[in-house]
Design a protein around this ligand. Structure first.
Ligand code: NAD
Length: 483
């Protein structure tokens, strides 16, 4: 497969190169080989992208919602038709197994394009009668939106931000993570093939400095970041200085609570999905697994057995169910946390080692007897490391589950219906699960509270973050004034 893109950037409806920008090598995580090279955006490229987006915005907003929506839905169809090649590329970009990328990346991007494409024509204001007078509201776009992505879901993030932004009549400049620069270019290509006018969706490459240049530019009205909490703090502060709108999709250290009445097989499935999917590189992962004391050993025994069935290897092989970390650096960060877990006295139940093969492979790792103060129970690791903690009862575990600066997601496994809903209501988290984990359908709001973020992606809720309401007061009679 051709992994070298036609050029580094996609601006004004075409591929654009500027080799004066710092080179960024694209590394295939399963082998460590260089499979492409792009160049970071120079100031001239950033300027060109923002001019293209600004120039295209008024005409795009002036189209009817039906017309904009038709283009988005056509893009969704193209994305689904090309799912295989897009999934292979996503696997090269991220190292995630094809078994995952073929069902969770371009397909999820297509869902977003289809959903917001369908919604575009329904975005209306309201009429408010005030005696004879009346007010009507107009739902208007924000203008130029900047999207900045993390490296774990490059196609999905580019689509989850682009689809609602475009549906509302905004244009976008998207900067993918420097670690995974390939897939967003395909999203741009497909949108334009589907009929999006030149400049409506642009992609520029680069590291944090390019992101920072975009965030602070006066031509930008809104910034949507998917990334870590430390980056979120910087980007939010920079955007706030110029009163820009923001969506912050940040990190987490989410709790998953398994009560002793839970179906253990389902709870183990939830723990696997919530810790080892995408080699643990998922923001909403339930990495603090609280297991009620009575079932702890049974839970750990079944978990170890099931982890033994993981097929670790070539991520392009559809049989592979567990792939490498995205980069050598991320693998080393995770190895550091594994060492810390051991140093601080957690019990290593399984995994813990790097695999003796090319690429950045770490074994799925489980620690038990983890206590609340340990580093592996407090910090986001963003790798395949599960911390299992014991608990006695509901009151005790709820306080501990919420005792974190993060608030992205949380899950509970129990057969007690009333308890399930009580626990979900008590979680300080934006996205909660009962007897499941990490489902993220486009129809449901997704996002965090506390340090995990601001705003929501997906669902009708996303419209609030990509549009603004103007109210127009209409007087029907004469207007009196005091003098
Ligand atoms: P990161 O914060 O290092 O980088 C995210 C993006 O921000 C990258 O594109 C980077 O180039 C850019 N960036 C860095 N500094 C910047 C600055 N000063 N101004 C503007 N942009 C800047 O995150 P990462 O390591 O790429 O991704 C992993 C993190 O993302 C984890 O914390 C994970 O939880 C989080 N994440 C959150 C969600 C969510 O929806 N909540 C989804 C996926 C990942």
């Amino acid at each position: 497969m051709q992994t070298q893109p036609a050029a580094s950037h996609f601006i004004g409806g075409e591929y654009v190169e500027d080799t004066a920008g710092t080179p960024i090598d694209v590394i295939y995580p399963a082998t460590g080989e260089v499979i492409g090279r792009v160049h970071s955006a120079t100031p001239a490229i950033v300027d060109r992208a923002l001019e293209a987006a600004r120039g295209a915005q008024a005409a795009w907003a002036a189209m009817t919602g039906t017309e904009r929506g038709r283009i988005l839905r056509r893009a969704a169809d193209i994305m689904r038709e090309r799912n295989h090649e897009l999934s292979v590329l996503e696997t090269y970009d991220t190292g995630k197994p094809y078994q995952e990328t073929s069902v969770a990346d371009a397909t999820s991007g297509a869902d977003a394009l289809e959903y917001f494409g369908g919604m575009a024509a329904t975005l209306t204001g309201e009429h408010i009668q005030l005696g004879e007078d009346w007010v009507y509201t107009r739902r208007e776009p924000l203008g130029v939106c900047v999207g900045i992505g993390a490296w774990n879901y490059p196609t999905q993030i580019a689509s989850w931000k682009g689809a609602p932004a475009l549906a509302c009549g905004n244009t976008m400049v998207f900067k993918p993570s420097e670690t995974t620069p390939l897939c967003a270019l395909k999203v741009a290509e497909i949108l334009h093939e589907a009929g999006a006018p030149a400049g409506v969706y642009n992609v520029v490459q680069g590291l944090g400095d390019v992101g920072a240049a975009l965030v602070t530019d006066a031509r930008v009205d809104k910034v949507s970041l998917t990334g870590s909490v430390p980056t979120g703090r910087k980007v939010y502060a920079a955007a706030a200085a110029e009163m820009k709108h923001v969506t912050m999709e940040l990190g987490g250290k989410s709790p998953m609570i398994v009560f002793d009445d839970a179906d253990i097989e389902n709870a183990v499935s939830g723990a696997i999905l919530g810790n080892f999917y995408s080699s643990g590189q998922v923001c909403s992962n339930g990495t603090r697994v609280f297991v009620q004391k009575g079932i702890k050993e049974a839970f750990l025994a079944r978990l170890s057995e099931r982890l033994g069935q993981a097929v670790i290897g070539d991520p392009q092989d559809p049989a592979t169910s567990f792939g490498p970390m995205v980069s050598e650096r991320q693998m080393e960060i995770v190895q550091g946390y594994i060492a810390k877990g051991q140093d601080e006295g957690a019990r290593l139940v399984c995994g813990g080692n790097r695999l003796q093969r090319d690429g950045f492979f770490l074994e799925p790792t489980v620690f038990a007897d983890v206590t609340d103060g340990m580093t592996i129970a407090r910090e986001e690791i963003f790798g395949p490391v599960m911390a299992v903690l014991d608990f006695e009862d509901e009151g005790d575990v709820m306080a501990r589950a919420n005792d974190t600066e993060f608030g992205l997601a949380a899950g509970v496994f129990t057969r007690d219906l009333a308890r399930a809903h009580r626990v979900a209501a008590g979680f300080e988290a934006g996205t909660c699960y009962i007897n499941t984990y990490n489902d993220a359908p486009v129809e449901a709001p997704f996002g965090g509270v506390k340090a995990s973020g601001v705003g929501r992606e997906n669902s009708k809720a996303a419209i609030e973050h990509y549009s603004q309401v103007k109210s127009v007061y209409v007087r029907m009679g004469d207007l009196e004034a005091p003098f």
